[in-house]
Write a protein of this length. Structure first.
Length: 225
C-alpha cells in the first residue's frame, strides 16, 4: 500500500501534465454520474465552481445547462484541453491554471461547488481544500462531492493508491459538520469514465448545503470610540 509520499504526488503539476498530454480524454467526455444525478439541486443559471476540473468534462457539461461556471486545474495541458472542449461545445467557462492553495477562493461567491474525485489531496491539503470550498459557497449554496472509499484499494479500478487520500462517511461528516448534509452514501457501482475510472468501484457521494445565517433581528453595531 502506498502512502501520501508516493512519487505520483511529489510533483503533481508535472504528473498531471504528462497524463493529460496523452491522446484523447483520460476521464472521458461525459460528466460524472453522481454529479449528473444531483445537479438539479442547483437553481437555473447558478454560479458554480468546478474544483480540479482536469480536461473539462464536468465544467463544460454544467455550462451547457446554462450555469455560469468557473473551473481550475493545476495542469495547464488539462486546462488547454478543457478550453478546446468548451469551444467545441460552444459554451463559456472561466478556466484558470491554479492549484488548490493558489486559487483565489472568493468568499460567499458560488451557488454550487462540484468536487469530483479530488483525491490527489493528502490530509493537510484536503483540510485546507474543504475549508476553502465551504468559504467560497454562498449561504444556502450546495456542494456536490464524489470520491472513493478505502475499499477501492481492493478494486484498483481508479483513484490514488493511498488510503489517507480516500473518504469515509465519518471523515466527511466531521469535515462538513457545519453544513446540512442531505445525502451521504457509500455504494458500489461499475463505472466507465474514460480509461482511468473503469470497472467495479467503491464510491462515496455527498450533497451538502452551507447553512444560511439565522433569521432574526440584526445585532446593533457598537461604537469603537
Amino acid at each position: 500500500m502506498a502512502n501520501s509520499s508516493s512519487p505520483a504526488f511529489s510533483n503533481p503539476a508535472q504528473t498531471w501534465n504528462t497524463r493529460f498530454a496523452e491522446e484523447g480524454y483520460l476521464f472521458g467526455l461525459d460528466p460524472n454520474e453522481w454529479l449528473r444525478a444531483h445537479a438539479k439541486v442547483w437553481p437555473k443559471n447558478a454560479t458554480i465552481l468546478s474544483v480540479a476540473d482536469g480536461e473539462g468534462r464536468n465544467s463544460v457539461w454544467l455550462a451547457g445547462l446554462g450555469h455560469r461556471v468557473d473551473a481550475f486545474d493545476i495542469a495547464e495541458v488539462g486546462v488547454a484541453k478543457a478550453q478546446k472542449l468548451a469551444a467545441e461545445k460552444q459554451v463559456s467557462v472561466n478556466f484558470s491554471v491554479a492549484d488548490c492553495d493558489s486559487f483565489a477562493w472568493p468568499q460567499d461567491a458560488y451557488d454550487g461547488v462540484a468536487a469530483i474525485f479530488v483525491q490527489f489531496a493528502e490530509p493537510s491539503l484536503r483540510d485546507r481544500l474543504f475549508l476553502n470550498i465551504i468559504r467560497c459557497l454562498k449561504p444556502g449554496g450546495v456542494l456536490i462531492l464524489q470520491g472513493y472509499t478505502p475499499k477501492q484499494l481492493e478494486y484498483k479500478t481508479g483513484g490514488p493508491p493511498c488510503v489517507d487520500h480516500l473518504y469515509t462517511k465519518p471523515l466527511l461528516q466531521q469535515r462538513f459538520a457545519n453544513m446540512e448534509i442531505s445525502n451521504l452514501v457509500e455504494y458500489e457501482a461499475n463505472i466507465t469514465e474514460g480509461t482511468q475510472h473503469r470497472g467495479q468501484s467503491a464510491l462515496i457521494g455527498m450533497v451538502a448545503r452551507k447553512t444560511k445565517p439565522p433569521v432574526g433581528p440584526s445585532t446593533p453595531a457598537t461604537s469603537g470610540t
